[in-house]
Design a protein around this ligand. Structure first.
Ligand SMILES: C[S@@+](CC[C@H](N)C(=O)[O-])C[C@H]1O[C@@H](n2cnc3c(N)ncnc32)[C@H](O)[C@@H]1O
Length: 311
């Protein structure tokens, strides 16, 4: 993809339909990336304003260029979406809508110098904030985590059937030479499988490491209720997930918020809030159609869900 086509926004029309931007609404884009969804929202709604953030400084720079024509209608901040309320000083329920388009962008994958994908010889950094990011890099994690922890991430986040072997192989290899770059991880995978791994197997192992390095699931869980509380009555939240673990977190949160009673079943009477906090707008996740997947193969795993706060 060239500079102009930094990242084709996934499920764009469907996101706009769920968020229904209109009037002088204030929207949050918690994963602004290259600004594709953001730009479309601002074009669709000429009086809306946008608070946008991203944890990747490169993405933010691109978003700043992309969204410059909208001037003061856009406020951009570096940071993570679970901190959005503090970063923008949101006082109370002010948002008309919010979008989280999870995972990594095409730019992060295409111009990859941080080891997000299995390109040869790239340092295994994987921190979305870049090397200045807090916390261990992908290589640090492989060099330091114990075998049980490694096995758990390859099983849960990578869905690797040979998770136990892969964890053992990583521990064995790092005993003679520390993990440094993408080839080292591919080598360990080949060692565990006893053959050259397929692209899909490589992608799953890299994904597992990326998820743990960036604490992606933990931040998503923390962010959802905070963003919900920042929604104005009738405000909408749309989330695009790219794998089942993310989608399960979103699905369960929306389901729970849409129930009137969340008391444990053994209680004889309801003592909780007793009313739903809002309504799930998507009983099933919205997926891209065949045309979109043909145009943008990275959209193929996208799952979009929406929720509306009670009016
Ligand atoms: C799929 S891209 C978003 C693309 C964007 N919707 C567009 O149209 O260009 C995901 C972006 O989310 C960012 N990101 C991932 N997790 C984040 C988090 N916890 N907080 C803030 N940004 C995050 C990534 O750095 C990446 O730029």
């Amino acid at each position: 993809m060239d500079e102009g086509g930094y990242h084709e926004p996934v499920l764009l029309e469907e996101v706009l339909e769920l968020l229904a931007p209109r009037g002088a609404g204030i929207f949050l884009d918690g994963t602004v990336g290259g600004g594709g969804h953001a730009r479309a929202l601002l074009e669709r709604c000429p009086d809306c304003r946008l608070l946008a953030l991203d944890r990747d400084p490169d993405a933010l720079e691109r978003a700043a260029r992309e969204l410059a024509p909208f001037g003061e209608r856009v406020l951009l901040r570096p940071g993570r979406f679970h901190d959005a309320v503090e970063l923008f000083g949101l006082l109370g329920p002010v948002l008309s809508g919010a979008l989280l388009d999870l995972g990594v962008s095409s730019a992060q994958l295409d111009r990859d110098t941080r080891g997000f994908a299995f390109r040869r010889g790239v340092p295994l950094d994987m921190r979305m904030e870049g090397a200045s990011g807090r916390g261990p890099s992908g290589a640090d994690f492989l060099n330091e985590a114990d075998e049980v922890e490694l096995a758990q991430i390859f099983r849960e986040y990578g869905e690797e059937p040979r998770w136990r072997r892969l964890a053992r192989e990583v521990v064995k290899r790092r005993g003679t030479r520390p993990f440094v770059d993408s080839d080292d991880l591919v080598g360990a995978l080949a060692g565990a499988l006893g053959r050259a791994p397929s692209n899909q197997e490589k992608a799953r192992a890299f994904q597992a490491l990326r998820i743990v390095v960036n604490r992606e699931l933990e931040f998503l869980e923390a962010a959802l209720p905070r963003i919900r509380e920042a929604l104005a009555p009738g405000g909408r939240l749309a989330v695009i997930s790219y794998h089942s673990l993310e989608d399960r977190i979103v699905k369960n949160a929306f389901r729970e918020w849409s129930r009137s009673c969340v008391c444990p079943p053994e209680l004889p009477i309801c003592v909780c809030r007793g009313v739903p906090l809002g309504t799930t707008l998507t009983t099933k996740p919205i997926r891209p159609g065949a045309d979109e997947v043909r145009r943008n193969p990275r959209a193929r795993s996208a799952l979009l869900r929406g929720w509306r706060r009670a009016a």
